[in-house]
Design a protein around this ligand. Sequence first.
Ligand code: FES
Length: 509
Amino acid sequence: MNRDGNTKSIWQEGIEEYQSKNQWDKNEVYDVLIIGGGITGLSIALVLQEKGMKCILAEGHNIGFGTSGGTTAHLNTLLDTPYATIKKNFGLSIAMQVAIGAREAIDLIEGLTSKYNIDCDLAYKPAYLFAQTDEEANELEKIKDANQKVSILTEWSETIPVPIPFVKAIKVDFQGQLHAAKYLHGLASAFEENGGVILQHCIVNNISGDDIISADTSIGVIKAANAVYATHIPPGLNIFSMRCAPYRSYAMAFTLKTGEYPAALVYDSKDPYHYIRTHKINGQDYIIAGGSDHKTGHNDNTEYIFTELEAWARHYFDIDTVTYRWSSQYYNSVDGLPYIGKMPGQDNVYMATGYGGNGMIFGSLAAKMLCNIIHKEETPYEDLFDPSRIKMIAGFSNFVKENADVISMFISKRLSYEHISQLAELAPGQATICEWENNKVALYKNEDGHIYAVDPVCTHAKCIVAWNTAEKTWDCPCHGSRFAPNGDLLTGPAMKGLTQIKWEDIEGD
Ligand code: FES
């Protein structure tokens, strides 16, 4: 199974690319076209197909290529946006509704896993959140208090199951975890068993039409009555680029010399935070440690982040071997809640984005919600997660900060450049952006000495991309589009790759 970067997640081990089975009937007008083969797309496709709709799913790469293949697959009712924050911004009843939604999402996952016998290592474990300073302990008190108010049973814990010093800790039972790739493949199989069609390596370039949507794709035109963008963020220039900020998150999996693997999910209270959980793959236990998040394209040495994460883990654990390390992307919404529902201004186009670090939860909840909305059934979440909502009070400071980052990138990165003479100094595996005849050129020399040259101006809204040293990708610091060294588009919101500069054009001068 391929992913959108150079690193390998633990879920890719031994997992081949999903093989689609059912044939696309080019004359069929499908009920729903789902664009994107991650947790959101596959879950929606399956629940809609189960309800008797004829669905077709188009994935630009392979199932699990994007963030769903790189998630650490936590199933939490304890969300990244604490209920204390949701309560403060939106009120108690909405915080309670969000908590119910998180549990419904886990119930859906459990139900589908059970119904289709998906062998995805689904397990429930207690979660511990701990504080190491008095300030963090104060925050923890607020989190515990808000959890109680939204009926998430939370208790103080005198101990935590990891050798990390702490001053206070809370414990929440019945949090979950699973094997991301096995679950995705299980959903895909179940969808096809129900008659659905999956087209992999099918890039949707554009959709148009009113009552009947025509999707212009890399392999032909798909027709459907409805379309769902399950693409992590809707592609192209739209308000969601402004309302969602892209972040990279890091994870590694290692074995211990001691063999004592904690049967729990554990989180510190730092910003950015660290977490650990365990998973057994092919009979071998691993600790998965993660965190160290930062805004996409805003760190010059992502390789070093793995070094820091490993140093943090080695400080507390007797590590034997670090076997996997990988990073993935998520989008934080302006106000901390996802956008799920109708695409603003459109009748039969739907979307879901802005999940923060809770993609498994909100991706699954999106499936339930959108199924209801498409069937014109009531859902308590429709207004709450309405993509057209404006909550300037709730998210305004974040909104200003995130977009100030974008604006500064437009200016500062455009004014700084290095001379092409740096080319001679480029070592294998290194990349740089330099100036050539008053134009910027992004250069990458691979391990074999082959040099890729591309235009570093992002095709989405013209920010200058930045090199991701760990993933060996060009990442856009503005809205998170990502590109391969040769310019190919890996993930949107951009809809096309970076322009390739033919090497002879430079050499021939
Ligand atoms: Fe928006 Fe690059 S992703 S400018």
